[in-house]
Design a protein around this ligand. Structure first.
Ligand SMILES: NC(=O)c1ccc[n+]([C@@H]2O[C@H](COP(=O)([O-])OP(=O)(O)OC[C@H]3O[C@@H](n4cnc5c(N)ncnc54)[C@H](OP(=O)(O)O)[C@@H]3O)[C@@H](O)[C@H]2O)c1
Length: 307
């Protein structure tokens, strides 16, 4: 099968399209024919080893990922496709089922034509009205946003600020907070994304390139830094007394749980949540896709089609 592999850390050019053996499902695994996957900021971090953490966490990260070179050679943390084969003991899925899944806990591997996943992994039937391209962009950002927001104990009518509202996590967080939790959402992004963030349910938007929200006197019940670019002190400065500060790096707890994917799936089916797709590339264009995601300014998600 075709796959994008990398054997050394570095710039996007370390990625190569090669032929590798097609995997075979074990007894309790399914084999997914991948139709679409994504390039997330997480993929570019794994590729470059440019870890956004410090001290002992960085050392642990390097030990887990591979100190000198990557232990896992195929990136891709989310995918959508069809079940092509099932192991003998699989009961949750059957051949032909359209699915979407996170590969975070199973050594990644979405950037390939096929991926084996445990049937009890973070995998679910794709919402019928989403295309495979749209569905591939749900598991990572959708689950992460939900996992973080759950910790905010957000009540209808509360004021919440979402900083980094135009990224993968941010675009889901704005929708979840406004349309599902009934909060009054202020989204912070650059001028180019103000209309997008409003269209997702924010009642107010702040252009961070023009206005420093810490200098106005508005305060919030919850401040969620969905992109991890704020200093905690900045976020906390905008809280009401007793307010809750959330940070995507500190509060996502890995985020990767089937229960989270199922909640997100239900909300998509109810029309409360939809993925924002910025650009679509083919597997052959993966280097370009990584270059774009490396800019740190994608809007929502970057999708890769796998034919
Ligand atoms: N996506 C996932 O599945 C996932 C899962 C777990 C953890 N995370 C972590 O969550 C963080 C965010 O991930 P993501 O996938 O949402 O990132 P992303 O999509 O790559 O974020 C890009 C967005 O960040 C905004 N941005 C960049 N600099 C900013 C700044 N200084 N202030 C405000 N907004 C800024 C950009 O908006 P402008 O162009 O308007 O600046 C752009 O829309 C990352 O640290 C990632 O490692 C992500």
């Amino acid at each position: 099968m075709k796959a994008i592999v990398y054997d050394q850390y570095g710039p996007p050019d370390v990625l190569r399209l090669v032929d590798v053996p097609k995997p075979k499902p074990r007894d309790r695994e399914v084999l997914v024919k991948v139709h679409a996957t994504t390039v997330t900021i997480g993929d570019t971090i794994m590729r470059s080893l440019n870890l956004p953490i410090h001290g002992w966490q960085k050392i642990m990260g390097r030990l887990i990922l591979g100190w000198y070179k990557p232990r896992r050679h195929i990136l891709g943390m989310e995918l959508a496709g069809e079940i092509e084969a099932v192991g003998q003991k699989v009961t949750r899925f059957k051949i032909g089922d359209p699915v979407f899944a996170s590969t975070f806990a199973v050594n990644f591997g979405g950037h390939a034509e096929y991926k084996c996943l445990p049937e009890n992994g973070v995998i679910a039937i794709k919402p019928a009205h989403l295309t495979f391209k749209e569905a591939a962009a749900v598991p990572g950002g959708g689950q992460t946003a939900w996992q973080c927001l759950k910790k905010g104990n957000i009540q209808p009518g509360q004021k919440i600020m979402i900083y980094g509202a135009s990224g993968a996590v941010g675009t889901y967080a704005v929708q979840l907070a406004s349309r599902h939790l009934g909060a009054d959402v202020t989204g912070v992004c650059s001028g180019a994304n103000l209309e997008l963030v409003k269209s997702l349910g924010a009642s107010q938007v702040i252009d961070y390139t023009r206005e420093d929200f810490t200098q106005n006197s508005v305060t919030y019940d919850v401040v969620f830094d969905a992109v991890g670019k704020l200093l905690p002190a900045q976020g906390k400065k905008a809280l009401k007394p007793g307010g809750i500060y959330l940070n995507v790096h500190l509060d996502s707890d890995g985020g990767d749980k089937l229960e989270n994917l199922l909640v997100v799936t239900e909300l998509i089916e109810a029309g409360k949540l939809k993925p924002v797709i910025d650009r679509v590339y083919t597997l052959e264009q993966i280097v370009e896709a990584h270059r774009y995601v490396d800019t740190g300014h994608k809007k929502g998600n970057v999708v890769i089609t796998v034919e």
